[in-house]
Write a protein that binds this ligand. Structure first.
Ligand code: DX5
Ligand code: ZN
Length: 234
């Protein structure tokens, strides 16, 4: 395990906007990463899809490895895959800093989460819109991050599901104050204020990559998140 240890600072200044790389130009990764770094991003959200857990296919550890070579930003891997246990070592080796698995894919994730933490990374658990918070509440203390899906996972560009507002409030009540809460799907200037009092990390795809200027998009959303946030979100 020791060869997987890394020394990067894993906690960003919060609230933070996490660009979801699903919509980036993969033909010119270097320029995209340079632009996001210059725009002030402190982490990159990497959506891994296997065509099985979700009805879409994206990329895996080989692409993440290439991203790792190009940046020191925190790499936040969101594994939308059926068998994360089988491939965990590949994602550790690729240099992911945060590894989040879905409770719907791994109903008993304790060992997997321990393994992620033992490798010096943040362990995250994600929940789909249809899954109640009670399905993950026993994981308090065992995760560094809870990722609340505010769309059905699989595709960028969907509309925010309003029930996610109540869900983040519940997650904040159940999980310890140092647990990061991330929200993913349909996030932008209009939806951020609805959840900003309980959320630390705002995953944003379309609201960054559909804009001509990443810096303006990230700065505006960070300001909106900050002005609506609570003390426990920093
Ligand atoms: C969806 C992914 C998201 C997605 C967000 O399954 O987990 O990270 O890329 O995209 P937007 O911000 O466009 O909803
Ligand atoms: Zn995601």
């Amino acid at each position: 395990m020791l060869d997987f240890q890394m020394s990067r600072e894993l906690r960003p200044n919060c609230p933070a906007i996490a660009p979801s790389m699903l919509k980036c130009d993969f033909g010119d990764l270097q320029t995209e990463i340079n632009q996001l770094e210059a725009a002030g991003a402190s982490l990159l959200h990497l959506d891994v899809m296997d065509g099985q857990f979700v009805p879409n296919l994206s990329y895996g550890p080989m692409v993440i490895d290439r991203i790792r070579e190009r940046t020191d930003l925190i790499l936040d891997a969101h594994l939308m895959i059926s068998d994360p246990e089988k491939y965990l070592d590949d994602y550790l080796r690729a240099g992911c800093d945060w590894i989040t698995v879905h409770i719907e894919a791994v109903p008993k994730p304790d060992q997997l989460l321990e393994k992620i933490r033992a490798a010096g990374r943040y362990a995250g658990i994600a929940i789909n819109p249809g899954t109640p918070v009670s399905a993950i509440s026993a994981l308090n203390g065992k995760v560094d991050l809870v990722l609340v899906m505010s769309v059905e996972p699989g595709f960028g560009g969907q509309s925010f599901i309003p029930e996610a507002v109540e869900k983040v409030i519940e997650v904040r009540k159940v999980f310890s104050a140092d647990t990061l809460i991330s929200i993913d799907g349909g996030i932008g200037p209009v939806t951020i204020p609805e959840v900003a009092s309980d959320v630390n990390i705002f995953v944003a795809g379309s609201s960054i990559f559909d804009k001509p200027d990443y810096e303006t998009a990230i700065r505006e959303m960070t300001e909106i998140a900050r002005s609506n946030s609570s003390p426990h979100n920093s």
